[in-house]
Design a binder for this molecule. Structure first.
Ligand code: SF4
Length: 394
């Protein structure tokens, strides 16, 4: 990627993107291979300005890892546990409420439920935990916990539980203001032996696209995205973005697309796999902005340990994702958000304004069709008239 060539076809593809027209797979590949980084970033920046103005958003969230048990074995994962390993269990309802309450005290408005995929299908211990509480599946337990957090604490749940069938999506919609499932990559090649998604049946792209499509049919504001640097080719990356574009064009429910970069972690199968360069991350983000419909919110999580994170703003993103209180000092909420002060400063230095949103983006919050009737009263308490968080931008 990144060869500097002056080619009329590259100019034409850029021209189409600047006009907000669809670019084809061939055009996207041409840009990936032959467009200078400078031009890609400039184009992505102008598209952000046209569709999203000068606002860059984030959400104050508290993280609720409902269970670390997971039936998959992704090559890069440090989250999953087997039963019996330290931390390999479900959170109890009391623990869920305690974490959510602490988050609310600290000023969070989003409860992000993250968990492993379908542990009860392989672990008797998981089935037993659920059975004792009257649930058959982890997704049923999740729906009950999301409802509890919504009703008892008033945080807006956003769950990211892996594959969901239609019935689970319908149930979760009753308590979640939005849902998420990373596509990661549309290529089934990555499921092969030794690849990133080997022994991870829930990462089958066909199944993930099916969940995304069902969510569209049910009008659920949905978060998805790609994980890059896990052994995929540039063409597979572009294919994945095109698949997401197709879903958005059909159903209009993709509230945000996350471009997340792989980072090698010790004690994982991919510990020795190289990290992506900052330039490749920037180029992929810019391409995503050019490929996706302009209205889609584009997010890159700021890795605050990585000094290059403000540069991601150069690639057309308009969201930083969920930010958690960095300390456990929930008693002193003001002290618990140092990350936000840094984000505000760095965002401002790029001539952009940081603004707090909810777990549902403003345009979806304002469109009543995307939010369940039972969730709306809780949303109304937290949302401003323009769809951002009430008293946003603290
Ligand atoms: S699905 Fe993969 S990434 Fe997610 S928890 Fe399971 S092993 Fe980890």
């Amino acid at each position: 990627m990144g060869t500097l060539l002056k080619m009329p076809a590259v100019d034409r593809a850029l021209g189409r993107a600047i006009e907000g027209r669809r670019i084809s797979l061939e055009e996207a590949l041409l840009l990936a291979e032959h467009c200078s980084t400078e031009l890609l970033l400039e184009t992505a920046g102008s598209l952000r300005a046209r569709f999203h103005g000068r606002t860059v958003s984030f959400s104050k969230k508290v993280f609720i890892p409902l269970t670390t048990l997971c039936r998959d074995h992704c090559g890069y994962c440090t989250f999953r546990r087997d039963p019996g390993e330290p931390g390999g269990r479900y959170m109890t309802p009391e623990e869920v409420i305690a974490v959510a309450e602490a988050g609310r005290t600290a000023g969070c408005k989003e409860a992000l439920f993250s968990l492993g995929d379908h542990p009860e299908r392989v672990f008797p211990e998981a089935r037993e935990f659920l059975r004792q509480r009257g649930y058959r599946t982890t997704l049923e337990y999740l729906a009950a916990m999301a409802e509890l957090v919504l009703e008892e604490v008033g945080l807006l749940p956003h769950s990211n539980p892996g594959l969901m069938d239609r019935a689970s999506l319908e149930k979760l919609r009753e308590s979640n203001v939005s849902l998420g499932l990373m596509l990661e990559n549309a290529s089934p090649r990555l499921l092969r032996k030794g690849e990133a998604h080997w022994q991870a049946p829930d990462k089958a792209p066909r199944l993930r696209l099916e969940t995304l499509e069902q969510a569209g049919k049910l009008r659920i504001a949905f978060t998805t995205g790609i994980l890059i640097g896990i052994g995929e080719t540039v063409e597979e990356r572009i294919d994945s973005l095109l698949a997401i574009r197709g879903l958005q064009e059909t159903y209009g429910h993709i509230q945000e697309v996350i471009v997340q970069n792989f980072r090698a972690k010790p004690n994982t199968r991919m510990a020795g796999h190289p990290d992506l360069s900052v330039e490749e991350m920037l180029r992929t983000l810019a391409l995503a902005r050019l490929i996706l419909p302009g209205e889609v919110n584009l997010q890159a999580p700021p890795n605050l340990n990585h000094s290059a994170f403000p540069r991601l703003l150069e690639a057309g993103i308009n969201d930083w994702g969920g930010i958690s209180p960095v300390t456990k000092d929930f008693i002193n909420p003001e002290a618990s958000w140092p990350q936000i002060a840094v984000l505000r400063e760095k965002t401002g230095a790029h001539g952009l304004t940081l603004r707090e949103r909810l777990a549902i983006y403003p345009e979806y919050a304002l469109d009543g069709g995307f939010v369940d009737e039972g969730v709306r009263p809780y949303l109304r308490k937290l949302v401003d008239e323009d769809g951002y968080a009430h008293n946003g931008g603290s």
